[in-house]
Ligand binder design. Structure first.
Ligand SMILES: Cc1ncc(COP(=O)(O)O)c(C=O)c1O
Length: 445
């Protein structure tokens, strides 16, 4: 790792060089492509990103849960360098290569369940989700798909239909794909019913709504993020996911776990489903799978995956050889550095520090998450009314101090923390100190 593991600010953030680049961006890049923190990056590694002005920022975002193994992780760089010097593309559907098969073998080994599994590789998370739905529909001969409130599954037409939030993801982009049905999410902090029976009550609503509005025998698939990402790191209560998986088994529907954000050591397990030993029929992965190179996958029961006719799945770039080499490098890093254990250590640090922060600030209504996927939800004190303005102000203060933080949540009032698992304890604590300072500054206490 060549990047010095130290926060250092030499200019304001963003500095003059970044501002110059931002002006070029404004003139040449579509406005619809936003940037959260317009400090233009030239180098990154461990827990630090370095911008064009030489500022060294602490990274609590991992490029939205992608650089789980760290930016430019050694095994990723080594394997990518070897691969890119040999060949860059053939298209697996034209002339195949070993790396693709090796990634599929690794996915079969690492994903939940010991049944025979197969995979198909794609470029983005949304593409993986689309293909999981295609596979479920062909395999079942049914078309209805059930998804959840607060879900995020992507920005393509079918995945926009599955995504819950209107602004900015869906607004004005309809009409959307049909035969999609949304049911309430088991969201413990905001559940209107009995707080001790969220799993039971939410499952009862799921069952009843599907029965009344869809019909059990029409359901091709139920798709859920085992911990919701963009929705605000909503962790369903124990028992909810196993009930859904059982319902799918009982009713001939495909249970799809979208682990695009929660997968690959992020939560302290290989996959968030492992926490309750839930075995999905299909699992979608992307983000952390390849240390930053674009790769995604659908992995699942061999008989489901093989239901699709030859030529029915694929794409020009899906499973690109360099991206596959990156995935094998990322998996090597995860195994050799026991990154599941590291994610659990990071959770312990976050829980302790966020607990102290919440004791001082009643604006922190909820602390939740698992592993290195932690969040706080901000509300008006004494209520559960979302405080998006405070969230935005604290995020801005963090950015100015040299800490990359991301917000999330249907109401825009959640901080989500997604540090790379290669970050040091020192940087974690320093980043948490900066969050503490940012709250104090914004709340003037
Ligand atoms: C759970 C989940 N599914 C799907 C997607 C879409 O992935 P992509 O942006 O690679 O298309 C995301 C991206 O944030 C995600 O978090």
């Amino acid at each position: 790792m060549t990047v010095e593991q130290r926060r250092a600010l030499v200019t304001a953030v963003p500095g003059p060089k970044s501002l110059e680049l931002a002006a070029r961006k404004a003139a040449s890049v579509a406005n619809g492509v936003g940037t959260i923190l317009p400090a233009y990056i030239v180098e990154a590694g461990g827990g630090i990103v370095v911008d064009a002005d030489g500022n060294q920022l602490i990274d609590f975002g991992s490029g939205i849960a992608v650089t789980t193994v760290g930016n430019a992780a050694p095994a990723v760089v080594r394997r990518v360098t070897e691969a890119v010097q040999r060949f860059t593309h053939t298209c697996f559907m034209v002339n195949p290569y070993e790396g693709y098969v090796e990634v599929a073998e690794q996915l079969a080994e690492l994903t939940p369940g010991d049944h025979p599994k197969k995979s198909a590789l794609f470029n983005s998370g949304a593409e993986a989700v689309e293909n999981a739905i295609k596979i479920a529909r062909v395999a079942t001969g049914r078309s209805a798909v059930v998804c959840f409130d607060h879900a995020y599954h992507g920005r393509t037409n079918l995945t926009m239909a599955l995504t819950a939030k209107d602004m900015p993801y869906k607004h004005g982009f309809g009409p959307f794909a049909s035969d999609i049905y949304r049911v309430p999410m088991a969201y413990p902090y905001r559940w209107p019913g009995d707080p001790d029976a969220v799993a039971e009550e939410a499952f009862a609503q799921f069952e009843s709504m599907v029965h009344v509005q869809v019909g059990e025998d029409q359901v091709a698939a139920v798709i859920i993020e085992p911990i919701q990402g963009e929705g605000g790191f909503i962790v369903p209560p124990e028992g909810f996911l196993p009930r859904l998986a059982q319902w799918c088994r009982d009713n001939g529907a495909v249970f799809i776990a979208d682990e695009i954000q929660s997968g690959f050591c992020r939560t302290g397990d290989w996959f968030a489903c492992d926490h309750e030993d839930v075995v999905p029929d299909l699992i979608t992965t992307a983000k952390g799978i390849a240390g930053g190179l674009p790769l995604a996958a659908v992995t699942g029961r061999a008989e489901l995956m093989d239901a699709v006719h030859a030529g029915g799945l694929g794409g020009t770039y899906g499973g690109n050889p360099v991206a596959c080499a990156a995935a094998l490098g990322a998996i090597e890093e995860m195994r050799s550095n026991d990154l599941n254990a590291r994610a659990r250590e990071i959770e312990a640090i976050f829980r302790a520090r966020l607990g102290e922060l919440a004791a001082r600030h009643p604006q922190i209504g909820d602390i939740r998450g698992r592993g290195a996927m932690m969040a706080v939800e901000l509300v008006l004190p004494g209520t559960k009314q979302p405080d998006a303005a405070l969230t935005g102000a604290v995020a801005k203060a963090c950015h100015a101090k040299g800490l990359v933080v991301l917000t999330a949540g249907s109401f825009g009032n959640v901080f989500r923390f997604l540090p790379p698992l290669s970050i040091s304890d020192e940087l974690l604590h320093e980043g948490l100190d900066l969050i503490d300072d940012a709250f104090a500054e914004v709340l003037h206490d």
